[in-house]
Design a protein around this ligand. Structure first.
Ligand SMILES: [Zn+2]
Length: 195
């Protein structure tokens, strides 16, 4: 058995996040809940991966749980979808330990990042990062977030040059693959959080 099919087999039934690698197109036909970039199949949604070896298909079934919406005071987890100079948009997919069936829109303003002054949101988060935050208010179904607590912030960050997971190195985040360094507002348990 090749390394590639071995790793794909391990993905069956596994909880996957958007952007998670599922296999390659030489091996599988990408099906529902997936997308392809440069020949690699990724999950489009939060869900469970299903690898059908007989038909050579890989798909992701969205996680469906009883309806639950974020409330003020809740700790939520989401993926940064957009980052401007003074705010970032976050697709919330989890409240506490509970995965959500739908995706909720969150926004983090630069004033709510931390106690100390922050120059730019680009030093806080970048698109694709996974963020843990507290819901501080809600207006028109947009959840306003705060990462001021030391347990809040980015839990997984990806290199904006090559997409590889970043590792903390002194005050910076460093890419072990391409050597690029960036900044983030990380949570205390960066890289160790269970999603
Ligand atoms: Zn890199």
């Amino acid at each position: 058995m090749s390394m590639a099919s071995h790793s794909s087999k391990q993905k069956t039934g596994q909880f996957v996040l958007p952007g998670e690698r599922l296999g390659v197109i030489e091996e599988f036909i990408p099906d529902a809940g997936t997308y392809v970039k440069d020949g690699v199949i990724y999950s489009r949604v939060v869900g469970r991966a299903l690898v059908d070896f007989l038909n050579k298909r890989v798909s992701v079934f969205p996680v469906v749980e009883p309806a639950s919406v974020p409330k003020i005071g809740n700790t939520v987890v989401g993926q940064v979808s957009n980052s401007q100079s003074d705010n970032a948009n976050v697709r919330i997919f989890k409240i506490g330990n509970k995965s959500l069936s739908g995706i909720f829109s969150g926004v983090l303003h630069i004033a709510d990042v931390q106690m100390r002054y922050v120059d730019s949101m680009f030093d806080v988060c970048r698109p694709g990062d996974i963020m843990r935050a507290e819901v501080i208010s809600e207006k028109n179904k947009v959840y306003h977030l705060s990462t001021k607590d030391k347990n809040m912030g980015i839990v997984y960050a990806f290199c904006s040059q090559c997409g590889y997971p970043l590792e903390p190195k002194r005050q910076l985040m460093s890419c072990p693959r391409c050597g690029n360094t960036e900044k983030r507002k990380t949570a205390l348990d960066y890289g160790k959080a269970e999603l």
